[in-house]
Design a protein around this ligand. Structure first.
Ligand SMILES: Nc1nc2c(c(=O)[nH]1)N[C@H]1C(S)=C(S)[C@@H](COP(=O)(O)OP(=O)(O)OC[C@H]3O[C@@H](n4cnc5c(=O)[nH]c(N)nc54)[C@H](O)[C@@H]3O)O[C@H]1N2
Ligand SMILES: Nc1nc2c(c(=O)[nH]1)N[C@H]1C(S)=C(S)[C@@H](COP(=O)(O)OP(=O)(O)OC[C@H]3O[C@@H](n4cnc5c(=O)[nH]c(N)nc54)[C@H](O)[C@@H]3O)O[C@H]1N2
Ligand code: SF4
Ligand SMILES: [Mo]
Length: 674
């Protein structure tokens, strides 16, 4: 049996593992004991992580639509068709009538080449990906506050904290190996404070669990700061030497007394005070957050509120402190780093400032105006402004909000190309489907949530006639007249390093086991664990006052409950991979709604019954699971199941600053299915 060292394909923790290969098949996986983060551990998805690679449903040949059916085709035929159709649309309607959605499941090299295809090949900045639905508020909020949207410390730094504030992160289920390092901290005596409307496993393990009403985080965060100021626990020296704008924030939080915040959040005032003191009086305190903070119409302000709290207490730039936005997909950090974003080139270089540099590097004129974000592309497609779309490694029919609207938009397109490893709800609508090689069948790099750039290594030949995307995209670049003579992903990384200062010193020969953490500006630079140690990338860190605003939808007579959507341990997103992994599928075989027994009684529902969950946009059938872990008035539905796609219910309400949709708050109702 051969064992190939690679990086897990699921979440942003970035665990190291070995794929076991026998007779041309992946037969198992095991952890890497020398890996700096996972240290010989994996969660259940890592252990079972590669079963899907051998699944018979894998896409094996390119497909072209003929009426209702998708028929087998040759690579050369589909690549010629794609080139001809996109060129025709571009000539007729201009470059901005084409767009690309890239993939947080793809490698850095694939994302870099795809953003180059959009900009240099098609001539548009219309390129984006699911980071828009995930950490766009982090990129916007922390870049403003600190100068970088990335996690400030390595994950292992959590083990050195004296207090850990965990906000809207179901850490043990969604980032199990981050939770492992938190629990190391707890064993050392760190106080854990979890703020989540639901009693998650990490909330259960915490000293303090606060359960706010959905979408009211700014109120309790401002209240924490208010209490900390009142008690004289702010770090005056840090504030005066390293930050600007504190006075406005001091003024703004003064009205968020514990009693005022209790009215907004429903968290008892004495608990607010106790938790604020636990964070504020800790020598070294860390803040960890995820989708419970970002997926709101106030997402960017929520992130800023947390940044204000960390700055006021001087908890940035040292071991055991810091702000930890937990990136979700195994390479969503990398897709952002690579500039698969409509206003940024690789390394967060602004389109407005870096265009000439890239024109020289790529020897071609480049578009001036920032492009459309993911959901703006959906709107533009619906209105006929975007006519051609290339989707690589995303399943927007399941993962984007307000599914009926997404369907209308994709059906209105003149030409839709989808590249995936499996048939999906989105490939069903495509004119051309491209079969991709999976992570086990190609070389490349993923960048984990702690900015760790790591190798993935080819363990198998590509399934059927599937190809790694870097080969396909390089071919398309040449067909669009852009030089692309890369012999391997390592060549692509060489180019990335040349044009991307934070990756400047990265090359495959330096990545070994455990990789390098960016910024790594030169060949002799060891990489960076802790950001902002001496100086913030913006110079002085920026406070900004933020105020509580109600979510877009509120409970009312017709829809008296609030629905929040999210995930389970056993499935990943739209389930394309985990629902094809037998043990994971056995654990959670179908859709369900979690609700409080009191609500169940009120609406005549019993545990295990089929229920209808409805919002203003549609209705779904699923099993009712009664649990005290969900507060009264709240429903929780995971979005893994195509037979009850949670995004039929969600709305397109966006955070105006980052354009993320409000996946976490929807007015809803529930009744027995009969
Ligand atoms: N097993 C598994 N792991 C995954 C994924 C997966 O699909 N499956 N996906 C990956 C990806 S891309 C991501 S982005 C991460 C997501 O990881 P998480 O963000 O941890 O997961 P979610 O379930 O979306 O939501 C987290 C928590 O937010 C809470 N919440 C909801 N509304 C609010 C609110 O208004 N305020 C607060 N404070 N909390 C609220 C929910 O109750 C939930 O427990 O997970 C990654 N890891
Ligand atoms: N209601 C609701 N909706 C949500 C969220 C929520 O909390 N609630 N969370 C949002 C968040 S945070 C995220 S990140 C998104 C995730 O949304 P998506 O990224 O669209 O979801 P995935 O199912 O992970 O889709 C990834 C696709 O890539 C394919 N794939 C895997 N490996 C490869 C490869 O090597 N090459 C190619 N070409 N394809 C590959 C998979 O088969 C799958 O179809 O969902 C968002 N949607
Ligand atoms: S914690 Fe994340 S990266 Fe680690 S094995 Fe589990 S899914 Fe993979
Ligand atoms: Mo995500």
């Amino acid at each position: 049996m051969e064992k190939i060292h690679t990086t897990c394909v699921y979440c942003g923790c970035g665990c190291g593992l070995f794929l076991h290969v026998e007779s041309g098949k992946v037969v198992g996986a095991s952890p890497s004991s020398s890996h700096p983060l996972s240290q010989g551990r994996l969660c259940i998805k890592g252990w079972l992580g590669a079963e899907f690679v051998n699944h018979p449903d894998r896409l094996k040949t390119p497909l072209i639509r003929s009426g209702e059916r998708l028929l087998k085709a040759e690579w050369d035929e589909v690549l010629s068709l794609i080139t001809a159709r996109f060129k025709e649309i571009k000539d007729r309607c201009g470059p901005d009538s084409i767009a690309i959605l890239t993939s947080a499941k793809g490698t850095n090299e694939e994302n870099y080449l795809l953003m180059k295809l959009a900009r240099a090949g098609f001539g548009t900045n219309n390129v984006d990906h699911v980071a828009r639905l995930c950490h766009a508020p982090t990129v916007a909020g922390l870049s403003y506050a600190f100068g970088s949207g990335a996690m400030t410390n390595p994950i292992s730094s959590l083990a050195q904290a004296d207090a850990i504030l965990i906000v809207g992160s179901n850490t043990t289920e969604q980032h199990p190996l981050v939770a492992f390092h938190m629990l190391r901290g707890k064993a050392r005596g760190a106080k854990i404070i979890a703020v989540d409307p639901r009693r998650t496993q990490i909330a259960d393990l915490a000293e303090l669990h606060l359960s706010p009403r959905l979408g009211t985080d700014i109120a309790w965060i401002n209240c924490f700061l208010n209490v900390i100021i009142q008690e004289g626990l702010i770090d005056e020296e840090f504030i005066s030497k390293r930050t600007t704008g504190f006075d406005e924030v001091r003024e703004a939080v003064s009205k968020y007394t514990p009693e005022a915040a209790e009215k907004i959040t429903g968290i008892p005032a004495h608990k607010l005070r106790e938790a604020a003191l636990a964070y504020g009086s800790a020598d070294r305190a860390a803040i960890v957050y995820a989708m419970g903070i970002t997926q709101h119409t106030t997402g960017t302000d929520n992130v800023q509120a947390l940044a204000n709290l960390a700055l006021a207490t001087g908890n940035v730039g040292m071991e055991g402190t810091g702000v930890y936005p937990l990136r979700g997909h195994q390479n969503v950090q990398g897709a952002c780093d690579m500039g698969a974003l409509p206003d940024l080139y690789s390394g967060y270089q602004r389109v407005a400032q870096a265009r000439e540099k890239f024109e020289q590097a790529w020897s071609t004129p480049l578009p001036e105006n920032p492009g459309l974000t993911a959901l703006e592309m959906i709107d533009a497609a619906k209105e006929g402004r975007v006519k051609g779309l290339l989707v690589v490694g995303e399943n927007p029919m399941m993962s984007y909000p307000d599914r009926n609207r997404v369907k209308q938009a994709l059906e209105t397109l003149e030409f839709l190309v989808v590249c995936d490893i499996f048939p999906t709800e989105t490939t069903e609508l495509a004119d051309v489907v491209l079969p991709a090689a999976s992570f086990a069948e190609k070389d490349g790099t993923f960048t984990s949530t702690e900015r760790r750039i790591q190798l993935i290594r080819q363990a198998l030949p590509p399934c059927g006639e599937s190809r790694p995307e870097w080969v396909v995209v390089a071919d398309l670049l040449s067909r669009f007249g852009v030089a692309a003579d890369y012999r391997s992903p390592a060549d692509v990384m060489e180019e990335i390093a040349r044009v991307t200062p934070i990756y400047g010193g990265v090359s495959y020969d330096r990545l070994g086991t455990g990789g390098l953490q960016w910024p790594c500006p030169s060949k002799d630079h060891p990489g960076t664990g802790i950001l902002h140690a001496e100086k913030f990338s913006v110079g002085l860190a920026r406070f900004r006052p933020v105020e509580h605003k109600e979510p877009f939808e509120a409970p009312e007579e017709e829809f008296p409950l609030l629905l929040t959507t999210g995930r389970s341990l056993y499935h990943f997103h739209t389930g394309t991979m985990t629902r094809r992994t037998s043990l994971l599928d056995r654990e959670v075989p179908g859709p369900y709604v979690e609700m409080n027994p009191e609500d169940a009684k009120k609406f005549g529902v019993r545990g295990g019954q089929k229920v209808v969950v409805e919002s203003r946009r549609g209705q779904l059938y699923m099993d009712a699971r009664l649990t005290l872990d969900v507060p009264k008035g709240t429903l929780f539905v995971p979005f893994h199941f195509s037979e009850a796609c949670a995004n039929v219910l969600t709305s397109q309400a966006l955070d105006p600053k980052s354009k993320i949709p409000e996946f976490k708050v929807t007015a809803a109702r529930v009744r027995r299915a009969d």
